[in-house]
Design a protein around this ligand. Structure first.
Ligand SMILES: [Zn+2]
Length: 177
């Protein structure tokens, strides 16, 4: 059984095309997950039973000026596939933890710092600023832990800076819809 990852959110919108959708074309990069907009501090819950594999820093202003510090948490489901819950500001589980459907994993962070978004920022980032969207759950799905792109040089902050789509990167929409 699966549940929606943002229990306090009134909407159940999964972008399937355009901004925030999986593999969205952002000109010089591709989007590796789906963005579910939610207020900063919203609880993020596990969509299924699983094992927490890994946690770490996802974005940092030291890497990109318009980013705030956020974190990610990788959870492996019983079928072996791995969900990456990212752009969180606080984590509520640690590697080795078994989680059940609906268990708290963390809280939605404010990934973007609107004051630091200038004209040199990518267009999709400027559109988010203009739309007042600076906090969201960025959710990715991998075939296995080994397929995670987090340590890859072509990956940064949920984006893939190469043309070819990595084989183990899956569309998470199917798990949510
Ligand atoms: Zn995203």
């Amino acid at each position: 059984m699966r549940s929606w990852p943002l229990p306090s959110s009134s909407h159940r919108d999964v972008p399937t095309s355009g901004p925030g959708s999986f593999w969205e074309d952002r000109i010089d990069r591709r989007h590796c997950g789906v963005d579910l907009y939610a207020a900063r501090g919203s609880p993020v819950a596990s969509v299924e039973d699983g094992l927490v594999l890994e946690v770490g820093v996802f974005t940092s202003p030291r890497r990109t000026a318009y980013w705030n510090a956020t974190f990610y948490i990788l959870v492996q489901g019983q079928d072996g596939r791995v969900l990456n819950y990212a752009e969180l500001e606080r984590l509520a589980a640690a590697p080795g933890d078994q989680v059940r459907t609906g268990d708290l994993l963390g809280q939605v962070g404010q990934v973007l710092n609107p004051e630091a978004i200038g004209d040199e920022a990518p267009p999709y980032i400027q559109r988010l600023r203009d739309g007042g969207c600076s906090s969201m759950l960025h959710l990715e799905l991998y075939s296995s832990w080994e397929d995670s792109l987090l340590a890859d040089r072509s990956y940064s902050g949920g984006n893939w800076f190469a043309e070819e789509r990595p084989e183990g990167l899956l569309d998470p929409s199917a798990i949510l819809l």
